[in-house]
Design a protein around this ligand. Sequence first.
Ligand code: HEC
Length: 132
Amino acid sequence: MKKTIWAPVCISAAILFAACGGGEEKKTEEKSEETPVVVDDSMVAPTAGKGKELIAAQDCKTCHQEDAKLIGPSYNEIAAKYENNDENIATLAGKVIKGGAGNWGEIPMAPHPAIPEEDAKEMVKYILSVGK
Ligand code: HEC
């Protein structure tokens, strides 16, 4: 009997929690390690996972992985090299769009002129949160 009482309480607590968390960017960044554990957030628009989803929809994974160097550096390496701040996010988003070379080796990164700047920033935010 007790279980039937608790279920709706838990669900509304989960919704409340997600709704509150969305407004505080710092907290969602700190929590990023735990996010895979989150049970069912299908009713709430995801904020922390947006960059990851955008990346998954692009060709990035051909050259980048989270923790292994492929053609380009791993997201872990990129996150270790650059501090997660607005300036770096803007610079790196620019490189995603226009392409870049010479920071990690001889191989240049292909430009992605079709990606809107806002999306590129979301992707970089995600990359810089990897491993932190
Ligand atoms: C054709 C392979 C390739 C693809 C596709 C690719 N990258 Fe890269 N990326 C690279 C290489 C190579 C570098 C290192 C460039 C350098 O040395 O400056 C790099 C560097 C980067 C950097 C760091 C730039 C710097 O100046 O330190 C970021 C951030 C990045 N890539 C994000 C992305 C994202 C996001 C995507 C998908 C939209 C993507 N890359 C797609 C090859 C690729």
